[in-house]
Design a protein around this ligand. Structure first.
Ligand SMILES: [Zn+2]
Ligand SMILES: [Zn+2]
Length: 242
């Protein structure tokens, strides 16, 4: 127990016990700390007790106590605001309930470059990019233009793309659910083509109810499914009408 008037955040309880809920642990541990400049570049915080990770937080922002709590204008401590990570998140799974990656030290705040925060850059350069990003900044452009150059000019690339893909049809981005046309029962099969909403493959029953409900195609479907022939014709017509 602590005196709320002593604590920068006015709490009556800080510290750790094994029975604390993640939320109670978050309240007790997210501040207030002396945080250096580096803290502002960090993505995650790990709360440890007895050299074991007990709570992982995805940092949303770091807020100085001085601008946040009345009467604490002279405080030089800061509070970490963020989301509590749970099972299934790579940082949680690697560090909560596991030995702290930082050896025991005097300073209560330490920094660690976690391999789980990085992923290989998809350009193949061997570099590392923050988890969730496919490329180091700029490497996506380089990777793309390397591929264009391998085929020749941009024009060569476009001709190749259109040949492989049956054209460039960004407006053919709808999937009609495969159904039996008697009553609209889904067949359970996956769709084979992409369409536009004005396609004649959109079927209605006598009362005008749509049988094969359309939905926007996923990124995966945009890549893997061919555009329907009559939709290509409709798309070309729409393009000349513009
Ligand atoms: Zn790269
Ligand atoms: Zn179609």
């Amino acid at each position: 127990m602590i005196d709320p008037s002593e604590d920068d955040l006015g709490r009556d309880r800080i510290g750790y016990s094994e029975t604390m809920s993640p939320m109670a642990l978050y309240d007790a541990s997210h501040g207030a700390w002396h945080l250096g400049e580096r803290a502002h570049r960090e993505n995650f915080a790990l709360v440890t007790f007895d050299s074991t990770g007990v709570l992982a937080i995805r940092i949303d922002r770091i807020e100085p106590v001085s601008g946040m709590v009345e009467g604490r204008e002279s405080s030089r401590r800061s509070v970490i605001h963020g989301a509590i990570l749970t099972t299934g998140h790579p940082i949680h799974d690697a560090y909560v309930g596991k030995p702290s990656p930082i050896p025991p030290q005097r300073n209560p705040v330490g920094y660690y470059d976690a391999p789980e925060e990085h992923a290989p850059c998809q350009c193949g350069c061997g570099g590392q990019t923050p988890t969730g990003k496919d490329f180091i900044t700029g490497h996506d452009q380089t990777a793309l233009h390397d591929r264009v150059r391998q085929l020749g000019t941009v024009r060569d690339f476009i001709e190749w793309f259109d040949r492989v893909r049956g054209g460039y049809w960004p407006d053919i981005n709808v999937i009609f659910e495969p159904v039996t046309l008697v009553d609209g029962t889904p067949t359970g099969e996956s769709a084979r083509l992409r369409h536009r909403l004005d396609c004649t493959h959109l079927y209605t029953d006598d009362s005008g109810r749509i049988l094969n409900k359309p939905r926007i195609a996923t990124r995966e479907e945009i890549v893997s499914l061919r555009p329907c022939k009559s939709c290509i014709a409709n798309s070309a017509k729409a393009a000349t009408a513009r």
